[in-house]
Design a protein around this ligand. Structure first.
Ligand SMILES: *Cc1c(COP(=O)(O)O)cnc(C)c1O
Length: 404
């Protein structure tokens, strides 16, 4: 088996303490919610009195340090959760401030790209994209110029997404919020938490964010939750989002959990460990691929705010080799040979490895990127460190990786 160097093991020990801290929070949240077997019944129809759903939302709220949460299979993805939050809060005439370049799927939501059908822009909600920076002086200037008493919402993305920028650490989110709220104390700060959950020992709500959103087929579902998305935050914001998800007046009281409360909760219970494993695999890949001369972002020993590992191959064969290797290690569709292809919504051919039990789950081994120079791959997930070790081992010939 691959010999893991001492300095990498040291990094793993730091991650182990993060896992422990998050597991402790999860354990407490479960205790407070008083969950029992009877909460896992298969509730159908309107979903009145669905205790599985209600207790799941209690667990999430408690973990995040939030007043309330909305955790539903009826929220189909991260993009849906974010969209739900924005349409719940913003009204015609409002301006949305987006901190840094928006995530690909988010562009159509705000009306930056696509048919502009049903977008925020079509509803008369404009947006402004602010430059990404964590420099305090620059932040002061940017917020001073863009935030007034009339500004309603600032949207932050914690993860690097598909950008060559670092993830936001929660301490940085805290500073950003502090400066932004100086110019308007009533400003609502909404954080896209996708890929960022449980990577640190804190969460954005504890840093002063008003609302967070994410997907259950990423970090918090641990590969077990079959579908779903979540929002957590201030009670009135969650109520507004629930009114938007179902109907005004109905809100959170309806929406059956359809027998998956057990899977969602089990995923959440596993999540601290599984996110920790993904975190370790990212470190391992960064370490060994850097040795092999590949450009890696972040470096193996950097503090991380998300589980995404950016790899810049510069050569198309190397990129394809890597993504194909990820697919070969995957439990599902391991026999498939990945080729570049054009996908709807993308302007360049993409290569994508994804062989997970839950379709599209990217807390499992997954990697993708546009098949154009400089041949960048965004890698994340892996469920257990051992599968990441196998991946590095399988790369040894292709990348002449030095195992010592
Ligand atoms: C994945 C992701 C999204 C969108 O989530 P989907 O579930 O793919 O719709 C949004 N923002 C970031 C940073 C993400 O990683």
């Amino acid at each position: 088996m691959l010999n893991i160097p001492h300095e990498v093991k040291k990094q793993f020990e730091i991650i182990d303490t993060i896992i422990y801290t998050n597991a402790k929070k999860v354990q407490r949240a479960f205790g407070e919610a008083r969950i029992s077997q009877s909460d896992f019944s298969y509730v159908t129809g309107y979903g009145y009195g669905d205790t599985g759903r209600e207790k799941t939302e209690k667990v999430f709220a408690s973990f995040f340090g939030a007043e309330d949460a909305l955790v539903r299979p009826q929220i189909v993805s991260g993009t849906h959760a974010i969209t739900l939050g924005l349409f719940a809060i913003l009204r015609p005439g409002d301006e949305l401030l987006v901190f840094g370049n928006p995530y690909k799927t988010f562009e159509e939501v705000i009306g930056k790209r696509g048919k502009n059908q049903g977008s925020l822009k079509e509803w008369g909600i404009s947006y402004k994209i602010l430059p990404f920076t964590t420099n305090l002086n620059e932040l002061e200037i940017i917020f001073q110029n863009n935030i007034s008493s009339k500004t309603k919402l600032l949207f932050l993305q914690k993860s690097r997404g598909y950008e060559l920028r670092p993830s936001l650490l929660n301490e940085e989110i805290k500073l950003i919020i502090k400066i932004a709220k100086k110019y308007n104390p009533n400003l609502i700060v909404f954080v896209d938490n996708c890929y960022g959950e449980m990577v640190e020992t804190t969460e954005p709500i504890e840093m002063g964010a008003d609302l967070v959103a994410g997907s259950l087929i990423k970090n918090l579902g641990a590969g077990i939750a079959p579908t779903g998305g979540y929002l957590a935050g201030k009670r009135e914001l969650i109520e507004q989002a629930a009114y938007r998800l179902t109907a005004p007046g109905l809100g959170k009281e309806v929406g059956p959990s359809l027998g998956i409360a057990r899977n969602i909760l089990q995923g959440f219970y596993f999540a601290p460990k599984v996110v920790g494993e993904a975190h370790k695999i990212a470190v391992l890949l960064a370490y060994f691929l850097e040795l092999a001369g590949i450009e890696v972002l972040p470096g193996p020993f950097a503090k991380r705010g998300d589980i995404v590992q950016t790899l810049i191959f510069h050569e198309k064969d190397k990129m394809l080799n890597f993504v194909q290797s990820v697919q070969k290690i995957s439990p599902i569709d391991n026999f498939v040979t990945i080729e570049p292809s054009l996908l709807p919504g993308y302007d360049a051919p993409v290569v994508m490895a994804s062989g997970s039990f839950v379709s599209g789950s990217s807390i499992d081994l997954s990697a993708d990127g546009p098949f154009v120079p400089p041949y960048i791959v965004y890698y994340q997930g892996g469920i257990a460190l051992e599968y990441g070790i196998m991946l590095v081992e399988s790369l040894s010939d292709k990348f002449s990786i030095n195992y010592f």
